[in-house]
Every structure is written in structure tokens, then in C-alpha cells.
Design a protein around this ligand. Structure first.
Ligand SMILES: [Zn+2]
Length: 206
């Protein structure tokens, strides 16, 4: 995880001026994902959802909305396996199974991959290159998964945000979850400050 970013691995794009990318990991969730989609739609903004294959099995419905409302779907593996600690066959399988489920549910081939916990190695970079995926990390972590309070989530973004940032949230969290209440404050605040919300692939075009 310490080697230099190359054309496959991205955690921000400083060339994108005022554009930022909200990313939501670990879904789809039957209740939270639709609520986040409602909020994004209220403000007419776009985001990226890094979904897990086994959650697609259980709650496929939000996937159609994610795509039809103009958001991006990314691959977050089939079972949230740490790809750094498994062999090549298992890496291929984890990526492929999630990809097949996304394709089946939406007809869309994902182009971005977020390794669980952001952990990757050169083997994964090689495989991502081979399969034409970009590996997407982040440069602002809200730690919302650790049941952070609404104000802590807001502050973690607001005190650091700048154009080109990729911000990590979760739409699937077991237990207490303040992601949506934080977003209800953050989105209008960031819009007022002139930020434009785009998908990860759009952010990387600049
Ligand atoms: Zn995750």
C-alpha cells in the first residue's frame, strides 16, 4: 500500500478544480441506499457506489436506481475479502463474481474497483490492469462505519475538503449510522462553497 500511485491507483485528482466525488461502500442496503439516492436526487448531484456481491444477492433493488439516476457503480468484491491476503485465483474470483452480479442486475460493466479496506499490492494492480479496472482509494475518510457522530462526520469532511477529493462514506453499516444526517448538512454546505459533485470516473477525466 506504500508504493507510489500510478495510472491504475487513484485517491484524488487535483486537476479537477472544484469537482469532488462522494463514494459509498459496502451496499446495497435495502433502506439506507434508497435514502441516500433520494438525497442525491434532491440536490441533483452524482456519486459512486462500491457494492458487494453478496449484498446484491440479498438486496438487488437499489442497483437499478443507482444506474438509472446517473450514478456510478463500482466493484467492491463479492464477499469483502481483503485481496492483499489471498492468492491470485481468489482475487480473480472475488472481482469476477461481483462484476457478474452488477452486470446481471444493471447491464453495466463496472470500470472502478475499490479493494476492501483500501488494501492492495502489486499483484492486484496487475490484475486490475489486465481487467481494465482503475483501483480507487480515497483521500478523506469520514470513519462513518465506526458509528461516528453526525458532527464528527461533518467536520472530517469540512475541515479538509478541496477540489479533486474522493470522500469515503458507507451506505451499509451494521448498527448506529449517522451518514445520512451528516450528508443532509454537508451536501448543501459544499454546494454553497462552489463544489461540484461527480462520479469517480468523471473526476478522473480531468
Ligand atoms: Zn468496504
Amino acid at each position: 500500500m506504500n508504493f507510489k500511485e500510478n495510472k491504475t491507483v487513484y485517491s484524488s485528482n487535483s486537476k479537477s478544480n472544484n469537482k469532488i466525488a462522494l463514494t459509498f461502500d459496502d451496499g446495497p442496503h435495502p433502506k439506507i441506499t434508497p435514502k441516500i439516492l433520494d438525497l442525491l436526487s434532491k440536490y441533483g448531484i452524482k456519486a459512486t457506489f462500491f457494492v458487494i456481491g453478496v449484498n446484491i444477492d440479498n438486496y438487488p433493488e437499489p442497483l437499478g436506481r443507482i444506474v438509472s439516476e446517473g450514478h456510478e457503480i463500482g466493484n467492491h468484491t463479492n464477499s469483502h475479502t481483503i485481496l492483499k491476503s489471498v492468492d491470485k485465483m481468489k482475487i480473480f474470483e472475488e472481482i469476477k463474481h461481483c462484476e457478474d452480479k452488477i452486470l446481471k442486475a444493471t447491464g453495466v460493466q463496472p470500470k472502478v474497483l475499490r479493494p476492501p479496506c483500501g488494501m492492495y499490492d502489486e499483484e492486484l494492480v496487475d490484475i486490475a490492469n489486465l481487467k481494465d479496472y482503475k483501483i480507487i482509494l480515497w483521500n478523506i475518510d469520514t470513519h462513518d462505519w465506526a458509528h461516528m457522530s453526525k458532527s464528527k462526520i461533518i467536520n472530517s469532511v469540512y475541515k479538509e475538503v478541496k477540489g479533486g477529493d474522493i470522500i469515503l462514506f458507507h451506505d451499509y453499516i451494521s448498527g448506529e449510522n449517522h451518514t445520512i444526517e451528516a450528508l443532509e448538512v454537508l451536501i448543501p454546505m459544499l454546494l454553497q462553497n462552489g463544489y461540484e459533485f461527480v462520479t469517480v470516473s468523471q473526476l478522473l477525466q480531468y
